[in-house]
Design a protein around this ligand. Sequence first.
Ligand code: CO
Length: 134
Amino acid sequence: MIGKLNHVAIVVPDLMAAAATYRDALGADVSEALDLPDHGVRTIFVNLPNTKIELLYPLGEDSPIAKFLEKNPSGGMHHVCYEVDDIIEARNHLTKEGARVLGDGEPKIGAHGKPVLFLHPKDFCGTLVELEQV
Ligand code: CO
């Protein structure tokens, strides 16, 4: 059912320092910083040949990643995102398999303007999973 790895998201305590690490030490192509107020994050994309890394930093008062950064002050991997062809079909299959979809279970428009869902980390090897319809 799942297709390509769309991105891995990493929450960081200093966005510009993280971008410099990826650009200078790792020699990667990094984007400008982009504010996504609807998602409560400021992000920099690291474009790799086969996928993306999203560096995330909290934006605004009630950013959904503020608590994560509190618990992981030096940053850490936040989620992986897999592509699916049909997000409703994927959700129905997953709930039938006993997996928990976060929130009200309805897809939201994600950071790339496409429908996304998040799956409970306890059902997926301790990793928060995002599904994105492409
Ligand atoms: Co994501």
